[in-house]
Write a protein that binds this ligand. Structure first.
Ligand code: ARG
Length: 456
């Protein structure tokens, strides 16, 4: 293998070094962004008289033709040329000769790769923002379709208080709204152009960074060349944001998995998002939800790999940085695929409203409201809490439910119980009373649904 930039070497590179050092097998996907950045750079070089206009035009035409070939699958990337940048530059020289050798004037692969990754990431963020919006819309549709359904809300996975299923679903809407915020804020930090930082110190050529930045849609240019070529905190932030989105998807998946067990029997996930067993003919397994939950760990792994990669690197560029790409690409691909598949799975979920509502009859969900009732009669809350504790104990010893008790039985625990306790105990009235902003009352939930719809 001929040595790249071999002027100062006498021996060839060890054969294993190619396997270790090549990145083109995975960074080839940066080619469209690499070429866009190179075209902008070449135009600027021509405009500023750093290279001739004729050479600049030849480079732009050559790069455009290479982009077409890559797009059509007619371009072969060569691992002996190390990475996407060298592959494209070398193809350019082969095609247009000496003009191609002038493209790299005033830049380095260090500012080039940082620019490419930022351009690529900006587009990924835009796609992720669309996917997040789509999953939010799926939650709103789902909540609207089941706005009457009540189920036990849990803490500690124990029945706590009844809530509207729509309220439960809108909780996920809020999580994905925050994810959208996070990616939107990250986009502004990503949209800064490193190009012009060259290897680490800047370049003596009279380049026009502002023009290139505008041409590439960057909001700003980087302020410090040493930071610009060596920083990857935006890559870590991307993986952190992706990890949080995966965490949200995973929590939802976990609920779907629990809810589709015979013990819950709350839902049935559609055939297109479940799979059978190779041995047990009766099985309908929630594999999609399980895989999303499983893939969450893998995105966390990507984040951890990147944090560890960066922690010991002195300024400025170190080759370790090449290792950022596989983790980043994996996190991006995984979060996009999982968002898309869960969004499609949501409308396939069939709700067993009856099972949800019968579950509200177990676990003394009315207890807090009985205490609140006593507070309404003038009893301090702490005292009411202990009175109701005794009522629950009585019920559990005697196999009774709180709403089954007679007024006389209630009175045996506290004299202030009246006949109106009966009305206070239906799950509908318990839900209806939670009518403060953010609460589960049908009025508040309908209002939240309208707001959610509007925000999309
Ligand atoms: N493939 C390299 C990377 O991803 C490009 C930059 C190489 N720069 C260098 N000085 N070796 O980091």
């Amino acid at each position: 293998m001929a040595k790249q930039w071999g002027g100062r070497f006498e021996a060839q590179t060890d054969a294993l070094v190619e396997a270790l050092g090549q990145s083109v097998s995975y960074d080839a996907r940066l080619a469209p962004w690499d070429i866009r950045a190179s075209i902008a750079h070449a135009r600027m070089l021509g405009q500023e008289g750093i290279i001739t206009r004729a050479d600049s035009r030849k480079i732009v035409a050559g790069l455009t033709a290479i982009a077409k070939d890559i797009d059509a699958g007619r371009f072969t990337f060569d691992p002996s040329l190390e990475d996407v940048h060298t592959n494209i530059e070398s193809a350019l020289v082969t095609r247009i000769g000496d003009a191609g050798k002038r493209l790299h004037t005033g830049r380095s692969r260090n500012d080039q790769v940082a620019t490419d990754v930022r351009l690529w990431m900006r587009d990924q963020i835009d796609t992720i923002l669309k996917l997040l919006k789509a999953i939010q819309a799926a939650f709103v549709d789902f909540a609207e379709a089941h706005v009457e359904v009540i189920l036990p809300g849990c803490t500690h996975l124990q029945h706590a208080q009844p809530v509207l299923l729509a309220h439960h679903m809108l909780a996920y809407f809020e999580m994905f709204a925050r994810d959208r915020d996070r990616f939107t804020q990250l986009r502004a930090r990503v949209n800064v152009m490193p190009l012009g930082s060259a290897a680490l110190a800047g370049t003596p050529y009279p380049i026009n960074r502002e023009w290139v930045a505008k041409e590439l849609g960057f909001e700003r240019i980087s302020a410090n060349s040493m930071d610009a070529v060596s920083d990857r905190d935006f890559v870590i932030e991307f993986c952190a944001a992706a990890s949080l989105t995966m965490m949200h998807l995973s929590r939802f998946s976990e609920e779907l998995i629990l809810w589709s067990t015979p013990e819950y029997h709350f839902i049935e996930i559609g055939d297109s998002y479940t799979t059978g067993s190779s041995i047990m003919p009766q099985k309908k397994n929630p594999d999609v939800a399980e895989l999303v939950r499983g893939k969450t760990g893998r995105v966390y792994g990507d984040l951890t790999a990147l944090l560890t990669l960066m922690k010991g690197l002195p300024l400025t560029y170190n080759r370790d940085l090449q290792e950022d790409k596989e983790a980043l690409f994996d996190a991006s691909d995984t979060v996009q695929l999982c968002l898309a598949v869960v969004t499609r799975m949501i409308p396939s979920i069939h709700i067993h409203a009856h099972a949800m509502e019968s579950a509200t009859r177990e676990g003394y969900l009315e207890a807090t409201d009985v205490a609140d009732y006593l507070v309404g009669k003038g009893m301090p809350f702490r005292e009411a809490h202990s009175v109701v504790g005794r009522i629950v104990l009585y019920c559990s010893r005697n196999g009774r439910r709180i709403p089954e008790l007679s007024v006389k039985e209630f009175r045996s625990f506290a004299a202030c119980f009246d006949a109106d306790i009966v009305d206070a105990l239906s799950v509908e009235s318990i839900v209806r009373r939670r009518d403060n902003p953010g609460g589960t009352s049908p009025r508040r939930v309908r209002e939240a649904l309208r707001k959610a719809r509007k925000s999309l």
